[in-house]
Design a protein around this ligand. Structure first.
Ligand code: TYM
Length: 330
């Protein structure tokens, strides 16, 4: 069986529709065919200052959402990144193989650091992609399901795997990105030229939001002054984004939707989409609450996940440390 690995940051509040359609949907699907490792990446999360109590509760909240969405701890290894010390141990080695200029070229670093005052930009934000590479390479991962915004980081992970292998001998599997065709980039409903994101939350659809308010957000999505419901991302970015979401949620093709909405207005499309999303999140939200009601059970699942992850990860680190030339601990 091929191995799949992916990670998601614990955020304040819930995951959003971009996370779901860009990545999480594939996490769930790949459990059936792959040996899956899924990780709540709390180490990545402190690259931007976080309140400790909030981080703790966000991490549980993230795990509860993953379980509620269909990550099955019997079939997948679900764990928290900071529980497996090997992530930081490998990350150091990979940092030492990453060029300064190479890290400085990462567009996510450039975007995130540009949004902060210089004194608040941490070194951790800069070395973030080396930690991400460590996450992936520790588990000899074949496939990494992510959205488009992670493509560049994935490329760097591949480069680092190859670089290590050629310098120290064949050690790492070179991972492939698994990026969906149609939903690789879900856009902000208020600003359909930017990706939907927590950091710029204007037209965000959060999966834990009350269905009525979610429908309202969809109704107030920015469209254009025309009337036709057509997929045309250049000229009709807002409507195209709604069509992509509708199509992904219902499994109907864009062409089918265009035909179905012929002669009807944007209001109809928005109303239907609000309903579709509401129907999807209602049972999901109930399941999340059930998991949150039993934190002991949740922690048990995460502990078991970390134990299994550690078995695989420690083996990799042992090999890597040996190849690099570290003296074995007595
Ligand atoms: P994060 O937590 O920002 O996002 C989690 C996943 O959601 C995808 N995504 C989107 N997809 C489509 N449209 C959007 N608007 C959208 N917004 C987010 C992301 O591409 C991602 O797949 N660095 C990663 C976490 C990470 C990781 C890893 C991922 C750490 N280590 C190892 C894979 C493998 C991140 O911050 O994702």
């Amino acid at each position: 069986r091929q191995r799949v690995f992916s990670g998601i940051q614990p955020t304040a509040g819930s995951f959003h529709l971009g996370n779901y359609l860009g990545a999480l949907r594939n996490w769930i699907a790949l459990q059936d065919t792959h040996d899956a490792f899924y990780c709540v990446v709390d180490l990545h999360s402190i690259t931007i200052a976080k309140d400790p109590e909030e981080l703790r509760s966000n991490t549980r909240y993230a795990a509860a959402q993953l379980l509620a969405m269909g990550i099955d701890p019997e079939r997948s290894t679900l764990f928290v990144q900071s529980h497996v010390a090997e992530h930081t141990r490998l990350s150091w080695v990979l940092e030492c193989l990453t060029g300064y200029g190479e890290a400085a070229r990462m567009t996510q670093f450039k975007d995130k650091s540009a949004r902060q005052a210089e004194e608040h930009v941490s070194v951790g934000l800069f070395t973030y992609p080396a930690l991400m590479a460590a996450d992936i390479l520790l588990y000899r991962t074949d496939v990494v399901p992510v959205g488009e915004d992670q493509r560049q980081h994935l490329e760097l992970s591949r480069t680092l795997a190859q670089r290590f292998n050629s310098r120290f001998g064949e050690t790492f599997v070179v991972p492939d990105a698994h990026i969906p065709q149609d939903t690789a980039r879900i856009f902000d409903l208020q600003d359909p030229d930017s990706k939907m994101s927590k950091s710029v939350p204007s037209g965000l659809i959060e999966l834990m939001e009350e269905p009525k308010r979610m429908a309202k957000r969809v109704r107030s999505a920015v469209t254009d002054s025309g009337r036709e419901i057509h997929y045309d991302p250049e000229n009709k970015a807002g409507v195209s984004n709604l069509l992509v979401i509708h199509s992904a949620m219902t499994g109907r093709s864009i062409a089918d939707l265009e035909a179905a909405y012929e002669g009807r207005g944007y209001g109809d499309l928005k109303k239907d989409l609000g309903q579709i999303l509401g129907d999807f999140v209602t049972p999901f939200q109930e399941r999340v609450r059930t998991y949150l009601d039993d934190p002991a059970e949740l922690d048990k699942i995460l502990r078991r996940g970390a134990e299994h992850a550690r078995e695989v990860a420690s083996e990799t680190v042992r090999t890597v440390f040996d190849r690099v030339g570290f003296l074995p601990p007595a």
